[in-house]
Design a protein around this ligand. Structure first.
Ligand SMILES: Nc1ncnc2c1ncn2[C@@H]1O[C@H](COP(=O)(O)OP(=O)(O)OP(=O)(O)O)[C@@H](O)[C@H]1O
Ligand SMILES: CC(=O)N[C@H]1[C@@H]2OC[C@@H](O2)[C@@H](O)[C@@H]1O[C@H](C)C(=O)O
Length: 375
């Protein structure tokens, strides 16, 4: 596949970027087009999704928690092939794209120890598709003492301003892991003091998915139907909340499997009670997280797959002190927000703008991560 030479990046001009994200829940690859000058969002474009096959999922999951070796290499190849297949489809209908933001797949994340590993070679993608690719977004932040995650907060800041919000709001992403961004859109630049506070809230869908897979051979609790039939086991919930992670001050981040033993906490419960309890643990992690907000947000906008789970949404509604609504309420697409985030961040990297700061990752100073590979 070869494409016409990209338009050169030019200072403050608006760029059309395509972002791609393969998240911790390993359902598939999201891709979305966005227009920005690296500061303001000027528009959203088309988006697409490619589900991983069962075999791809098996190969990639075999690399979880590993830093090198054959399983990591095999996982990387599967990630690259899936992204290239989706790009081939999407770029046919989006010839205006100037730049790609490629997150890759996180296999392991231990920022204070070995670092953070996202597999998939952005240089290979750039050669194959003939467009510049920005990738390896997290390493520079970790090298400067940051958590390397979450990185969507700078985009959440732009979203709050795009939506015309005038006071503090929060974005809550419920993927495999949960992450919260508190934003004050009155502060013009995301890296300025007081604009952002962000961190991972705890496990979100990953333990629910693991339970569904282990007990029922299903990928997830569709519509929260199983959790709706169960009873929350308070003892297990209390043990969960005693985890030291919740007492830590943010910024802080998690690996997908950091709470893998949670499934054991519900091991003796019926399928429905176990599922309800894991769902309640996700909501309880978020309720704990809200206590760290510098000021009460006017609203919590929920993004990611967890907003499709009405049981989880109801639990959040009951346990948080402010209104909780899907991001669709402000015209955003909660299934594509992370892919859009990496489109936005790619433009910032290309422009030499920061992508994280002390308030979002605990990094020593605002830093622009990411490597740009040209075709
Ligand atoms: N209709 C639904 N009912 C219940 N849960 C759902 C539904 N749709 C999606 N989910 C949950 O959301 C998950 C996918 O969420 P999402 O795509 O936001 O995760 P991700 O991007 O892979 O993760 P992360 O943000 O941690 O990287 C699914 O694995 C499932 O658990
Ligand atoms: C290391 C890593 O890939 N972290 C992911 C994960 O999935 C959700 C949460 O944990 C968040 O910290 C992050 O992803 C989003 C996209 C982020 O960086 O904002």
């Amino acid at each position: 596949m070869n494409r016409a030479k990209h338009r050169q990046d030019a200072g403050t001009e608006v760029v059309t970027a395509l972002g791609m994200m393969s998240g911790t829940s390993l359902d598939g690859v999201d891709a979305a087009v966005l227009r920005t000058d690296g500061q303001d969002i000027t528009g959203f474009g088309r988006s697409d999704y490619r589900s991983y096959s069962a075999e791809e999922r098996r190969v990639i999951a075999a690399g979880f928690g590993k830093w090198h070796g054959a399983e990591v290499e095999e996982a990387a190849k599967a990630v690259e092939a899936a992204h290239l297949a989706l790009l081939a489809d999407l770029l046919k209908d989006a010839p205006e794209v100037d730049l790609i933001g490629f997150h890759g797949q996180t296999l392991a994340h231990a920022p204070r120890m070995q670092g953070t590993l996202q597999v998939g070679d952005g240089a290979l993608l750039a050669r194959e598709i003939g467009l510049p690719v920005v990738w390896d977004f997290r390493s520079a932040d970790v090298e400067l003492g940051g958590e390397g995650a979450p990185l969507a907060p700078f985009f959440h800041h732009a979203c709050a301003r795009y939506a015309g919000r005038k006071g503090p709001v929060a974005f809550l992403n419920l993927g495999g892991v949960g992450n919260l961004t508190w934003v004050d859109p009155r502060v013009a630049r995301p890296e300025e003091d007081g604009a952002l506070l962000a961190f991972d809230t705890g496990p979100a869908n990953a333990p629910i998915n693991d339970l569904m897979q282990a007990r029922l051979g299903q990928d997830y609790d569709e519509g929260g139907k199983l959790a709706a039939r169960g009873r929350v086991e308070q003892g297990a919930l209390e043990l969960f909340l005693a985890e030291p992670y919740f007492a830590r001050m943010p910024p802080k981040s998690l690996d997908r499997n950091d709470f893998a033993e949670m499934v054991a906490l519900v091991g003796e419960l019926s399928d429905a009670d176990a599922c309800a309890t894991l769902t309640a643990m996700c909501a309880a992690g978020v309720a704990e997280a809200m206590q760290h907000c510098p000021a009460p947000p006017e609203r919590v906008y929920v993004t990611g797959g967890g907003r499709h789970n009405p049981v989880l949404m109801r639990m959040l509604d009951v346990s948080l002190d402010c209104p909780v609504t899907p991001v669709e309420e402000i015209g955003l697409d909660g299934d594509m927000l992370e892919a859009q985030a990496f489109a936005y961040l790619a433009v910032r990297v290309a422009r030499g703008l920061p992508t994280s700061c002390p308030g979002t990752t605990g990094v020593r100073a605002a830093v622009g991560g990411g490597t740009v590979s040209r075709e």
